[in-house]
Design a protein around this ligand. Structure first.
Ligand code: C2O
Ligand code: CU
Length: 478
């Protein structure tokens, strides 16, 4: 394809205000009037031989009704919007053949995966329209929910908001960790991909500051690609226990998932897999890029709500009744194990300390004083294989940021000066840093070193990333 680059880049004049169910700030107002069946992204079946599983993806453009009755130019993997869910098995080799039919350069990053830098899909491995990129690696991640999305310099937001995003489920071969947990994709193991977009009346999806500041925008919330502004999705749970994998694929907004009846959900995982113990929670807050998993044992129907709060320049917040789950299971599930796995908390007393400052200068976003809008202007963090580090991430701006580190998971050591508790004791790769706030995180650089390629660390508010809040991480074998 060739026209797509043009389509994705086009900036149309802002149209008149959308009245529908949003107020002047684009906030949701009033209850949903329609229902529609929850769309489950296809499962991408790879072909496995000799414990290598091969997956085929094509990044391409298409069209979709992001706003009802209006056709938007979109993009997706193997389809016109979003992409199929990949299932990876720990210990197997994954081989991906990814063809770029977007009409412009792209990369495919495996967000949260522990893979060699050359396979990580960062900005240095961009590939051109018409080319196929074929990364291959051993899956080393513990069972978890990851995702894939573009990561080329300066175009991540544009390509992601047009629809290039998909989920990755990692499981282990014998499923031992998951014995009491649902694993039948689409039946009792359900992906929920959230995207808050900014769209003008002509259907053009906005991605940069200029676009976001145009007038008359609508701010639809999409769940698995369906606009839930005036629609409540429905799903019939045929098993008593259903597992939901939540992914906030929004460019900037924060999504908080809760039950409309105020009841509890049992959170079992954070970004990087199982918690040590399942936790009953009433809300699950996901910054841009973050994931979580929860299960509900249902005897009655449950409506889930998404509360959207602004991460950037959006005009406010809204609460959406996005999904009604109809309870129809008659089975009695096994008790959840009291321990999901062991998480050894780091003793950071002998860890190497480092400071990362998130800053801003005009419209440029900075890490340690540098705007990472090119590989040469980016701050570089250099470390050695085996290094154990504690980083203080200080937010010197008044904006919200979402701190994402490639390659290895991290533990939260402190959050705005407070000790982590509950689900904060899990493993993360993407975490909130509030305006003026700070977090301390600890990690260990294991397995991979490469003196040519590098990993990234950045804000996952995608416009901030594109405006320079990104640094590189070079790991060498000392
Ligand atoms: Cu989800 Cu470096 O990105
Ligand atoms: Cu940011």
């Amino acid at each position: 394809g060739g026209m797509a680059g043009v389509g994705l880049g086009a900036v149309a004049a802002a149209g008149s205000t959308f009245a529908l169910l949003t107020d002047a700030n684009g906030n949701k107002a009033g209850a949903a009037t329609n229902t529609a069946t929850l769309t489950i992204p296809d499962l991408l079946e790879g072909t496995t031989s000799d414990s290598t599983t091969t997956y085929t993806l094509e990044a391409k453009t298409g069209t979709a009704e992001v706003l009802s009755g209006v056709t938007s130019t979109t993009a997706g993997y193997n389809q016109s919007f979003l992409g199929p869910t990949m299932k990876w098995t720990k210990g197997n080799t994954a081989l991906l053949n990814i063809t770029n039919s977007l009409g412009e350069d792209t990369t495919v990053h495996f967000h949260g995966a522990h893979v060699p830098a050359k396979m990580d899909g960062g900005p240095q491995v961009a590939f051109s329209d018409g080319d196929t990129w074929a990364p291959t690696f051993t899956v080393k991640d513990d069972p978890t929910t990851l995702w894939y999305h573009p990561h080329a310099l300066g175009t991540t937001a544009k390509q992601a908001v047009h629809g290039l995003a998909g989920m990755i489920i990692v499981d282990d071969a014998d499923n031992t960790t998951s014995a009491a947990l649902p694993t039948t994709y689409g039946t009792d193991d359900i992906p929920l991909i959230f995207q808050c977009l900014a769209v003008d009346s002509a259907g053009d999806i906005k991605y940069d500051l200029t676009g976001y500041l145009s007038s008359g925008l609508s701010y639809p919330l999409l769940v698995n690609g369906t606009n839930v502004d005036d629609t409540t999705l429905t799903f019939t749970a045929t098993k008593t226990r259903t597992r939901f994998r939540l992914l906030n694929a929004s460019p900037s907004d924060i999504i908080t998932v809760q039950r409309s009846d105020g009841g509890t959900m049992t959170q079992i995982a954070t970004d990087q897999g199982y918690l040590a113990e399942a936790a009953d929670v009433t809300t699950i807050r996901l910054v841009a890029g973050a994931r979580a998993e929860m299960v509900m044992d249902m005897s009655d129907d449950v409506t889930l709500q998404a509360v959207v709060t602004t991460g950037w320049v959006r005009g406010g917040s809204g609460t959406y009744d996005f999904l009604t789950v109809t309870a129809s299971g008659t089975d009695t599930p096994d008790d959840l194990p009291s321990s999901l796995r062991t998480i050894d908390r780091y003793d950071t007393s002998d860890f190497t300390a480092r400071t990362i400052t998130l800053g801003q200068s005009g419209t440029k976003m900075l890490i340690n004083g540098s705007a990472g809008t090119s590989m040469s202007s980016m701050a570089m963090i250099s470390t050695t294989l085996g290094s154990k580090e504690i980083w203080t991430i200080t937010n010197s701006t008044q904006l919200e940021h979402s701190f994402h580190l490639h390659d290895v998971p991290y533990q939260l050591i402190s959050i705005n000066g407070a000790d982590p508790t509950g689900v904060e004791l899990g493993w993360y790769d993407t975490y909130e840093v509030v305006g003026g706030g700070s977090i301390k995180i600890a990690m260990e650089f294991t397995d991979f070193s490469d003196d040519t390629y590098m990993y990234m660390l950045h804000c996952h508010l995608l416009q901030h990333e594109d405006e320079g809040m990104m640094a590189s991480l070079m790991i060498t074998d000392s």
